[in-house]
Design a protein around this ligand. Structure first.
Ligand SMILES: [Cu+2]
Length: 225
């Protein structure tokens, strides 16, 4: 009789000890999650895809841009941060935006390739991309993933290390994003449509660009156009 009472007491003690243990575990988990929440940020951006007058190689084109900028806005975030980008399509073409190199963990619908992970955003429509950067740092880029809108719809996506962490190299004195691109002295959509129609290779570009500029060796570049 006494032995069985002792057994029962031991069982109760062990349950109590386990509860104690799981209570501390819960407190620890709560602390850890609030700490990571305190450091991680949510960045909201509005991308308005629209026709914009852009002059290159002496000619003005109605290029499709984001927020009237060519190249588009540079996004900056830290590893662990969340990006929320509302894309409003005011252009006359379908569009999607792809976050090139971002590992979409459980957010495949934010990846961007049209007809693969989403329907394209129709003219007049909008779509909000929401994803968290997990375990990545460095400079990536974003670009349109719908036909050849990517020729002018692109920009840098800079991922800084988490707070208290650093890149695996000495801190540079200065940092400047460099975006390499190509410029067609034509509507890029017409270039790819002609290629699809004829079956021939698309016309090659008329200039290489750095940060959207063709450089001194091309016509009219000296005017900063
Ligand atoms: Cu890409």
């Amino acid at each position: 009789m006494q032995a069985s009472l002792r057994d029962k007491m031991e069982v109760i003690n062990s349950i109590f000890a386990n509860r104690h243990c799981s209570f501390f575990l819960a407190v620890l988990l709560l602390l850890a999650s609030t700490m990571s929440l305190a450091i991680a940020e949510i960045h909201h951006h509005d991308f308005v895809v629209q026709a914009t007058k852009v002059k290159r190689l002496c000619q003005t084109h109605n290029s499709i841009t984001v927020n009237g900028m060519f190249p588009g806005p540079t996004l900056e975030a830290k590893d662990g941060d969340t990006l929320v980008v509302k894309v409003v399509n005011k252009a006359r073409y379908n569009v999607t935006i792809h976050w090139h190199g971002i590992r979409q963990m459980r957010t495949g619908w934010a990846d961007g390739p049209e007809f693969v992970t989403q329907c394209p955003i129709r003219p007049g429509g909008s779509y909000t991309y929401r994803f968290t950067i997990e375990g990545q740092e460095g400079t990536l880029w974003w670009h349109a993933h719908s036909s050849w809108l990517r020729a002018t719809v692109y920009g840098a996506l800079i991922i800084l290390p988490r707070e208290g962490s650093s890149y695996p190299f000495a801190k540079p004195k200065r940092e400047t994003p460099i975006l390499l691109g190509e410029w067609w002295d034509a509507n890029p959509i017409d270039v790819v449509r002609q290629s699809t129609r004829t079956g021939a290779a698309p016309n090659i570009s008329d200039a290489y660009t750095i940060n959207g500029q063709p450089g001194d060796l091309y016509n009219c570049s000296s005017e900063g156009n």
